[in-house]
Design a protein around this ligand. Structure first.
Ligand SMILES: Nc1ncnc2c1ncn2[C@@H]1O[C@H](COP(=O)(O)OP(=O)(O)OP(=O)(O)O)[C@@H](O)[C@H]1O
Length: 904
């Protein structure tokens, strides 16, 4: 990106800085600012979503489409792979083991034997002959097995059509059912509640009666114990044979013949299973679809935190509630679109799950689940600080939810184990309030009612009865999950949806709480009881920056400096700071900061006392790690101090951080810009967050961007900016709303000399009526900008004063460099000693001899310069005189302090 090149002469840019009308922001009430912030944040979030339109489209529309296509493909695959027949859907058999223990163990709820003498759908009378035969069977069976089944057939229950959907809740020994179609249907839907079925077809041919009967049995029950099943079926068959023989023997008119066959309970042809895949795997797939938005949410919000943009926005006054609400609204809209797309595609693909369910319920299910997951995502973002951990924790939740969906709702056996009483019930209850569980539960309930099933008699696919509003308050009787869960945890689908709403409320409250109490990466946080503090509810803390405050602060955090070792100017400054007449707007008293603890404890700021006055730029100079940024970060309220306090225009950091921050503008060390937003959008965003409005806003922004040569690129996204351009924009952002105190942490790093000068010029003009505090490594910058320069080393202030003062105090005054002619070095050295006795050679490494002269030696200089000028001995080829630089002062101060440290 190229910038303004048309005006390279900075002197052309003489201007008066246009200012905000500061009163405007003061006129705005808290709620007005809150509303403005919400508007501007929503605008920012919408703009960014539109700029990332591909991922927005993926999350909202493409993912549901892909899910439907995958389900359709899996359905096709399942049909082709498994051949024509499979066992009855797995959800029935295993549940039945517990419920139907069969004729030997009579504890379960089941029908031991159902019988009929009517074939297919015929409606016919109960046959007394059959009753007699079965009475014989029961009698003998009771004798052999020690049972007490009812032997009087007139007392056996008659089941009619109304019992077709009835699930047994007690043991039934022998039951008469209307016909074999009924038996077929009932066995299909209640496989493990029905142990044996016997269909009699007694035919009389002249004087021979042919006793034909067919035993139906549940082969799935003993899938793994075929022998036992075989022997059981055989024993029933033998028992009935015996009963027929005994009946026939007792009746001399009967000549009997037997015709027995066995029949497995009905199975559903695979191709007729309809939507078995969407029924069993749908909840897993739709869960994964919702997770795409969930992971995007985690990543976006944590990235904002990681890049420190969030802190910068909060420093500008952004309310936490606005921050969360703005993201909530955005994801609300995204989930809304995603839900509509899911339902629309489901209908388009003709899934009866979607066609057969009340559309409002479908919407509520997917939408509320999506919102619940998003609020869970919000909560997680309060615990993680890097996008990488955010994505990992998202994947972790994905796996947990995936297991929930697959184990609980797609695999009956595992579900049974999980929900059996052997698992601690506390865990069951805890997990039961998780959104994954409730989503799966309702999904399962809906699919068991709305999904298509098969009329095995006609072979046609029958759409489910459907799931309507009234079903929300009913526990579906046939739902496998309820058969399993009824003993431990039973909710209606409606209650499950309400539980998801409860999840949303809980997650939002926890998010707001943890967002306040978990320390951010600067270590700043509220106490865990913060909501009990009066200040949280708007009560104003007492503030005082005057003498009393200084007295209290020094009493609370007693000074630790050694008067004998401290720089004399700094000692004067400490006295000035603590002076009761000191009217400086910004004061720092005994500011300390330590990182780490125990052996690793490191004090990086060791008790600074500072006063900052209006109309001045104060520059902090220091080596890497000297504590400059830490000092600035503490003053900005980003890092909490370990000791001491800061007062800004009568408000103190410890008592009223928010009010202090309202007085500040900060340009942190690292650029805090959205890569996909333009300079103008950034400026408008931060102006909105600060709640500062002014009629001439456009003109002010134009002037400031022009001042740092960014006007022509104001509408380009910052990811096209060079490093120096980003710094200039960050610096201008710090001046939004014309704060009284501006903190600039290395504002010109990476800037070319010309652009640096534009920035200096702007700062020079902007300092009027305000305190500007700058950190830098550039001596030139300190010299050019600094009304006062503070040199820091190892957390201590080593020297302070304006540039000239520092040079006079620490510098040797003058230095002379000379280039000796070949082989004349020694002669030159002798001559220097001759003219300036005791002159100290500073450096002779690069062929030049450099001498520094002390103040006492200054008197020799005029004579020596005359000698150099005339060069009578012809031993010097070139020479020059210069004043000591700030860099030399800096090195001297730093070296002095590190020597002292080494000596210690
Ligand atoms: N969050 C932190 N945890 C632990 N140590 C820290 C933390 N922040 C800063 N420090 C340490 O504090 C010391 C002072 O750091 P600071 O960033 O204030 O130095 P600086 O003078 O601004 O240096 P530079 O010029 O390199 O920016 C360094 O030794 C640094 O390692």
């Amino acid at each position: 990106m190229t910038e303004d090149k048309n005006k390279n002469n900075i002197d052309d840019d003489d201007f008066d800085i246009m200012l905000w009308d500061n009163n405007d922001s003061k006129k705005n009430s808290g709620f007005t600012i809150w509303k403005k912030q919400l508007k501007i944040m929503l605008n920012k979030n919408f703009v960014l979503q539109l700029r990332f339109w591909k991922s927005t489209l993926l999350m909202t529309i493409i993912t549901p489409l892909i899910v439907m296509i995958l389900l359709e493909l899996l359905q096709l695959l399942a049909v082709n792979q498994n051949g024509k027949e499979i066992l009855h859907p797995e959800s029935y058999p295993l549940s039945g083991i517990e419920n139907c223990k069969g004729p030997i163990n009579l504890e379960g709820n089941c029908i031991n034997l159902m019988f009929t003498n009517c074939i297919d759908g015929a409606i016919c009378q109960r046959d007394s002959e059959v009753d007699k035969i079965l009475e014989n069977y029961v009698e003998k069976n009771n004798e052999r097995m020690g049972l007490n089944w009812e032997t009087d057939s007139s007392k056996w229950e008659d089941w009619d059509e109304t019992k077709l959907s009835y699930t047994v809740t007690k043991r039934h020994d022998v039951i008469h059912v209307p016909n074999s179609n009924f038996m077929y249907d009932y066995a299909l839907n209640h496989q493990n509640y029905t142990f044996f079925g016997v269909l009699f077809d007694i035919k009389k041919d002249n004087d021979i009666t042919n006793y034909r009967y067919q035993i139906w049995y549940n082969s799935t029950l003993n899938k793994n114990q075929t022998d036992t099943l075989g022997s059981r079926v055989l024993s029933v068959s033998r028992g009935i044979d015996e009963a027929i023989a005994s009946y026939a023997n007792g009746n001399p008119n009967i000549k009997a013949s037997f015709d027995v066959n066995l029949k497995d309970y009905p199975k559903i042809a695979q191709e007729n299973l309809g939507e078995s895949v969407i029924s069993s795997l749908g909840s897993v797939f739709f869960f994964c679809s919702a997770m795409v938005i969930f992971i995007n949410c985690l990543n976006t919000i944590v990235a904002e935190k990681e890049s420190k943009i969030r802190f910068c926005m909060e420093m500008m006054g952004l309310y936490k509630s606005v921050y969360w609400l703005s993201w909530f609204i955005i994801y609300f809209v995204l989930i809304f679109i995603n839900t509509i797309a899911t339902i629309a595609f489901g209908m388009l693909f003709q899934y009866s799950f979607f066609l057969n369910t009340n559309i409002f319920i479908l919407f509520i299910l997917f939408f509320i689940f999506g919102i619940a997951m998003i609020t869970l995502g919000f909560l997680l973002t309060t615990f993680v600080n890097s996008s990488r951990s955010a994505v990992l924790s998202g994947i972790f939740v994905l796996i947990i939810g995936f297991l929930f969906q697959s184990f609980l709702f797609s695999n009956a056996y595992l579900a049974y184990i999980w929900w059996s009483n052997s698992v601690n019930s506390i865990f069951r209850y805890i997990f039961s309030i998780l959104p994954f569980f409730n989503f799966g539960r309702v999904y399962f309930d809906i699919s068991s009612k709305s999904g298509s099933s098969v009329n095995v008699i006609t072979g046609s696919v029958v759409k489910g009865t459907g799931f309507g509003m009234k079903d929300l308050s009913v526990i579906p009787a046939d739902s496998f999950i309820n058969m399993v869960l009824d003993l431990v945890y039973l909710n209606t689908p409606g209650k499950c949806i309400l539980l998801m709403l409860l999840d949303i409320a809980i997650f939002i409250i926890l998010t707001l709480y943890f967002d306040n109490v978990i320390p951010n990466e600067f270590g700043n946080c509220q106490p865990f009881y913060y909501f009990l503090l009066p200040s949280y509810w708007g009560a104003k803390n007492k503030n005082s920056s005057g003498n009393e405050w200084i007295k209290n602060t020094t009493e609370k955090y007693p000074p630790t400096y050694d008067k004998n070792k401290i720089d004399s100017d700094y000692l004067d400054h400490i006295n000035y700071t603590c002076d009761s007449n000191n009217q400086s707007p910004v004061k720092v008293v005994n500011l300390k900061k330590s990182f780490g603890s125990g052996k690793n404890k490191k004090e990086v700021v060791k008790g600074s006392y500072l006063s900052f006055d209006k109309d001045r730029v104060v520059v902090f100079l220091g080596q890497n790690g000297a504590g400059k940024s830490t000092t600035i970060n503490i003053m900005a309220g980003l890092t909490p101090p370990s000791c001491g306090d800061v007062s800004v225009y009568g408000k103190t950091l410890r008592n009223n951080l928010n009010e202090v921050q309202r007085e500040l503008g900060i340009c942190p060390q690292h650029d805090i810009l959205y890569a996909d937003m333009t300079a103008m959008e950034h400026l408008r965003l931060y102006t909105g967050l600060k709640g500062v409005t002014t009629d001439n806003l456009d003109k002010i922004l134009e002037q400031r961007l022009k001042a740092v040569k960014l006007w022509t690129v104001k509408d380009a996204r910052t990811n096209t900016y060079s490093g120096g351009m980003k710094r200039r924009l960050s610096m201008i952002i710090a001046t939004i709303g014309d704060p009284n105190v501006v903190l600039l942490d290395e504002p010109t790093t990476g800037m070319d000399p010309l652009n640096r000068r534009y920035v200096w010029k702007f700062i020079e003009k902007f300092k009027k009526n305000r305190c500007i505090i700058v950190t830098t490594h550039s001596m030139e910058e300190a010299d050019a900008l600094g009304d006062d320069i503070i040199i820091m080393a190892n957390g201590d202030i080593k020297a302070m004063g304006n540039g000239v003062h520092l040079k006079n105090k620490f510098g040797a005054g003058y230095r002379i460099s000379m280039i000796a002619k070949e082989k004349k070095i020694d002669e030159v050295k002798n001559k220097v000693q001759e003219f300036v006795p005791g002159a100290k050679l500073e450096d002779d490494s690069a062929g030049a001899l450099i001498y520094n002269f002390t103040k006492e030696q200054l008197k020799y200089i005029p004579e020596f310069i005359k000698y150099l000028d005339s060069n009578p001995d012809n031993i010097i080829s070139n020479w020059g005189v210069s004043q000591t630089t700030l860099e030399e002062v800096f090195l001297l101060v730093i070296q002095d302090s590190s020597n002292r440290k080494m000596k210690k």
